[in-house]
Write a protein that binds this ligand. Structure first.
Ligand code: 1CP
Length: 337
């Protein structure tokens, strides 16, 4: 098995810099678009054969050093009683946002794999096929809370911030419920065979350092302590969260993801010796190859001096040419050796 990615997660030396891409399964692939003409996103996720096909394709086509389970951060909220749909071009949209104590009281804890049986089945299937590690994932409590409270994607997170400031007890209950779910859901994935867990806290960067430390970090710390019992590397990713780096650095995460706004060299000095993951601007992949190569070389240069897993600063954009991604993987493997 190709263990470059796992070695880098653990801070061990590797033969070259490992690389994978957030949203490496998606609309930039002709095969994915064809499947999406026949199936809804949630159908691909719920069917273990289709999920396996979509998850493994980027490893075969691009030569990346890890696969990520094809799913969505909303998936484990379904069995908790949350009714949502994934709206084309928008993202997850709830029937009704969660704003009151009654709303939150209605959230049910996960009951084993009930309502999530397709997850371990897909993971086992994928692991049998793959010769690279499989990353499992979950939304982190804050980012999940933001979708529940806002009822969908948001720009300013007004209702979420209002709850964490004005209704601390309600906020605490919601964060506790979500943290419990994340721990249970990660456990299901690890027991089924995933080799690492990435927490997507995509929107935590919307918070000030003070609010993050007060209203989010305590839950993350407990959650990560719980997840450490699973004995797999833990990765954390957030967008626009450079101002939180020192705070993240004292949580026992193995890998911290960095977006494209923050040079890895500077982040490394602030990250307490942690392996960093990132951070090529996904939009650069729409530029001519020479620009991609220059930018990737700079990311590699910035990543030197400690553990580095090459990735984009956020997900692959649908307009990306897969040929550029393939060339980028080869470039990273060649230059990073
Ligand atoms: O069919 C489609 O192309 C719809 C787009 C899409 C896809 C491909 C959605 C809707 N979800 C997914 C799959 C998905 N979601 C994966 C696949 C695995 C891979 O990376 O290859 C992953 C890891 C996620 C996780 C996810 N969903 C996050 C965290 C990562 C991130 O991008 O920040 C978030 C925030 C979501 C919510 C979501 N689901 C879908 C969209 C378009 C969004 C974002 C909406 C928003 O901007 O708030």
């Amino acid at each position: 098995m190709n263990d470059r990615f796992l070695k880098a997660c653990r801070g061990e030396p590797t033969d070259t810099v490992p690389v994978w891409f957030m949203r490496q399964a998606g609309r930039y692939q002709a095969e994915y678009r064809m499947l999406r003409q026949r199936y809804e996103l949630l159908d691909l996720i719920h069917d273990p054969d289709l999920c396996c096909q979509v998850t493994t394709l980027p490893v075969e086509q691009l030569g990346v050093d890890a696969a990520i389970l094809f799913s969505d951060i909303m998936v484990p909220l379904g069995p908790m009683g949350v009714s949502y749909r994934i709206q084309e071009g928008v993202g997850p949209v709830l029937e009704r946002p969660f704003r009151t104590a009654d709303d939150i009281a209605q959230l049910r804890p996960l009951n084993g794999t009930q309502g999530l049986d397709f997850v371990p089945v897909a993971i086992q299937k994928i692991c049998q096929q793959l010769s690279a590690p499989l990353i499992g994932f979950s939304g982190a409590p804050f980012t999940l809370a933001s979708y529940l409270i806002e009822g969908g994607p948001s720009r300013l997170y007004v209702a979420t911030k209002r709850m964490l400031w004005a209704e601390p007890k309600l906020w605490a209950r919601l964060m506790d419920r979500l943290s419990e779910m994340v721990a249970a859901y990660a456990t299901i994935q690890v027991q089924a065979g995933v080799h690492a867990i990435q927490l997507f806290d995509s929107w935590a960067g919307a918070l000030s350092r003070q609010d993050f430390d007060r209203a989010v970090k305590p839950y993350l710390v407990s959650l990560v302590q719980e997840l450490m019992r699973l004995h797999v590397p833990l990765l954390y990713f957030s967008v626009g969260a450079g101002h939180l780096m020192e705070s993240l650095a004292d949580i026992p995460l193995d890998v911290i993801g960095v977006d494209w706004r923050h040079p890895l060299g500077e982040m490394r000095r602030r990250a307490g010796g942690r392996t960093l993951q990132g951070n090529l601007d996904p939009v650069v992949l729409l530029a001519p190859w020479e620009t991609i190569e220059d930018s990737a070389a700079e990311v590699l240069r910035q990543g030197q001096g400690g553990g580095h897993i090459f990735n984009l600063g956020h997900g692959v954009l649908p307009a990306t040419d897969p040929v550029n991604l393939r060339r980028l993987v080869d470039f990273v493997h060649h230059q990073g050796a």
